[in-house]
Design a protein around this ligand. Structure first.
Ligand code: SPV
Ligand code: MG
Length: 374
């Protein structure tokens, strides 16, 4: 027997997050307890029936849904159930392993991410989704400069969460003004997103990986700490996480100053820290991680190793990191595949030249039949 429990503040979030897993639960929301037998395609490779007893209780305006499997089915399905019912905070509490978050720019990408498994460790899948400002902008042919608003990006995220129950970390750019950030916190939390990250920059935000670091303007430490503090005031439930992203290494700030800013942001209420770097060598970011782990052992650290992809999970964990974000790889992969198939069609004598670069039509049909979590 295994069980999973999740606290979600607004009722619609419950429907949104749990509904795609067990649509039947939506119909049970008015009942306090009950049981039913569900046939669930939780994993496309293991369509199993599961007897589910559920208990829905409301305390302090929160809704808790407990799901208990009474079925002797595959352990994989049980594990997925537990994961589906967990947010980021619960995942962090569950085990000390490094959590892997994959960039996700569309519902289709979410389905691919959810069904992906390591070829050597079939139990290893992604733990969650990263909603990236870079890929949300690039997808629309726009530069990564906060032109796509947080309002719009939350709408896109909700489309993704409608088909996937993996926890999502949202890239919140600079957070905008204090008032805009407070609205974003409410909006993201109520949408079922697990965490919002904001970076300590101001002005026309530019992507952190641009070669010219002089385009960035760091936020005043106290101003940014205040923005974090107001964001904390705006959130409804402690499970929702506000992450302070440190851009100091990106603009060449001395490590001591980066650490000092980190301490101020934690004091203001940040639940986690993202240490960003565009160095090719991971040593700098690992050094900052180790030092933060000493001063703030309980604050989860996040790394984004786009420019230092040779770093291993073990090195990140040893340096104190709890989450790794693969920030743009799904969109970059699709850009390459689109270019290859376009060139192949123009070059080849027949359409057959395109086939090696395309997923079979059956794969699309299978995904759109109901996604991975229905
Ligand atoms: C993003 O994915 O939008 C990020 C990470 O913010 S980076 O592109 O490295 O700035
Ligand atoms: Mg971004």
């Amino acid at each position: 027997m295994s069980s999973g429990a999740r606290c979600i503040s607004p009722r619609d979030t419950l429907q949104h997050r749990i509904g795609p897993v067990f649509p039947e639960i939506q119909g049970l929301m008015t009942h306090q307890t009950g049981s039913s037998t569900l046939t669930s395609g939780l994993d496309r490779r293991a369509r199993l029936s599961a007897t589910v007893t559920h208990d829905i209780s409301r305390r302090n305006g929160l809704i808790t849904v407990s799901i208990e499997l009474g079925h002797e089915g595959a352990k994989m399905v049980q594990a997925r159930l537990a994961r589906y019912s967990m947010g980021l905070r619960e995942l962090l509490d569950e085990s000390p392993r490094l959590l892997r978050f994959m960039e996700c720019h569309s519902p289709l990408a979410a389905m691919v991410i959810e069904t992906s498994r390591s070829e050597t460790h079939p139990e290893a899948g992604f733990d969650g989704l990263w909603s990236s400002s870079l890929t949300d902008s690039s997808l629309r042919g726009l530069p990564d400069q906060e032109i796509v608003s947080m309002y719009e990006r939350v709408v896109f995220a909700r489309e993704i969460l409608a088909v996937s129950a993996l926890p999502m970390i949202m890239d919140g750019d600079t957070g905008g003004t204090v008032e805009q950030f407070m609205d974003t916190v409410r909006r993201t939390e109520r949408s079922g997103i697990s965490a919002i990250v904001i970076e300590d920059k101001v002005g026309t935000k530019q992507n952190s990986l641009l070669a010219d670091s002089s385009v960035h303007v760091l936020a005043d430490q106290d101003d940014f700490a205040r923005k974090i503090q107001k964001g904390v005031e705006a959130k409804a439930h402690p499970q929702f996480m506000i992450v302070a992203r440190l851009e100091g290494l990106i603009v060449g700030l001395p490590v001591e100053e980066v650490l000092q800013r980190a301490a101020a942001f934690v004091a203001a209420g940040a639940d986690a820290l993202l240490v960003h770097s565009k160095a090719r060598d991971p040593r700098e970011v690992l050094d900052v991680g180790r030092r933060l782990r000493e001063t703030h052992p309980d604050i989860p650290l996040i790394a984004v190793p786009t420019t230092y992809p040779s770093v291993t999970d073990e090195e990140l964990r040893e340096a104190g990191f709890r989450i790794v974000i693969y920030a743009n790889h799904m969109l970059r992969a699709s850009v390459r595949a689109m270019a290859q198939v376009s060139t192949a069609i123009l070059t080849g004598a027949t359409l057959e030249a395109a086939e090696p670069f395309c997923a079979p039509v059956e794969d699309l049909l299978a995904l759109s039949v109901g996604g991975t979590s229905r």
